[in-house]
Design a protein around this ligand. Structure first.
Ligand code: A2P
Length: 285
């Protein structure tokens, strides 16, 4: 059985998903998805802006039978791109379904609080977010999206959607690693029943050379990446390691046959310094 978390929709999401940002080209995607399925991954995270929905969908359709799996055995996430916020949202949601070639998507997120082409201070950003959310709610009510959520939202954006929604977000996906522990967002998620999900658990690679993390890895005989990912899942937080290398994909998925001591957990959490390695959403209107 997959290690998973229960969403506020009543369905479960596997704790480890394959991140697919920068994964391009059908041949490459087939190899990586094949390695991930073989390593036990049952969760795949894509987005319209990754421009690989067609290939991810095709790879899954072709490879599931090889691994003796059905559509229902896997969990697929995609996201509404910032250029499609607002009036374009309904068509863009349908486009993701069509490009993936799936009857339904397990989780669909608003990728970014802002709208491409709008200045940060433009008040239309907020209206567009509301319109996008209504589009997601509509597809949720039709069963085309089994869960809906948001990504890169700050406390303010999350409170805004929680205050005005019919269907509350099931998931918040943000950058999260020992140097960015997101205390405020995690508390809000816990309080409001939103699953907090991590991306860039390796700090885009920057955490791999951190002496404290290296020391923990040495102490437990695991890779540095495994330690960083385990630190999150041991707190019940889903992770989305991305790698285009079959052997790293395999290792990154192997997180449930060891445990970090409380001392090691605290040591990693103590590295927090509010450092971001990905886009900063905090200044978005
Ligand atoms: P690669 O595709 O060559 O494996 P993040 O998820 O924090 O954004 O980091 C992703 C980056 O980390 C990718 O560039 C990926 O490169 C690299 N990476 C993924 N897994 C590992 C690993 N186990 N060890 C070292 N680097 C890794």
């Amino acid at each position: 059985p997959q290690h998973s978390v229960l969403l506020n929709t009543g369905s479960r999401m596997p704790l480890v998903g394959l991140g697919t940002y920068k994964l391009r080209g059908l041949e490459n995607i087939m190899l990586t998805v094949d390695a991930a399925l073989a390593a036990g991954y049952r969760h795949f995270d894509t987005a319209a802006v990754y421009r690989n929905e067609v290939e991810i969908g095709q790879a899954l359709r072709e490879l599931l039978p090889k691994h003796g799996l059905l559509r229902a055995d896997i969990f697929v996430t995609s996201k509404l791109g910032p250029r499609d916020q607002g009036p374009m949202a309904p068509a863009a949601c349908q486009r993701s379904l069509d490009q993936l070639g799936l009857e339904y998507i397990d989780l669909f997120l608003v990728h970014w609080p802002g709208t491409q082409g709008l200045r940060v201070e433009d008040p239309q950003n907020s209206g567009n977010r509301a319109q996008s959310w209504t589009a997601l709610e509509e597809l949720y009510s039709r069963g085309k999206f089994r869960a809906i959520g948001v990504s890169n939202y700050t406390v303010r954006h999350l409170e805004e959607v929680l205050a005005s929604c019919k269907v509350p977000p099931a998931v918040l996906q943000v950058e999260f690693h020992p140097r960015l522990v997101q205390t405020e967002l995690r508390a809000l998620c816990a309080q409001r029943g939103v699953c907090f999900e991590a991306y860039s658990s390796l700090g885009t690679g920057a955490l791999l050379s951190d002496p404290a993390v290296l020391e923990v890895a040495k102490g437990c005989g695991r890779t540095v990446a495994q330690v960083l990912l385990r630190w999150a899942v041991q707190q019940g937080i889903p992770v989305l390691p991305k790698s285009c290398n079959a052997s790293r994909v395999q290792k990154n998925g192997q997180l449930f046959d060891f445990e970090l001591s409380q001392e090691d957990m605290d040591k990693l959490t103590g590295l927090d310094c509010g450092q971001r390695y990905c886009w900063d959403p905090t200044s978005v209107a």
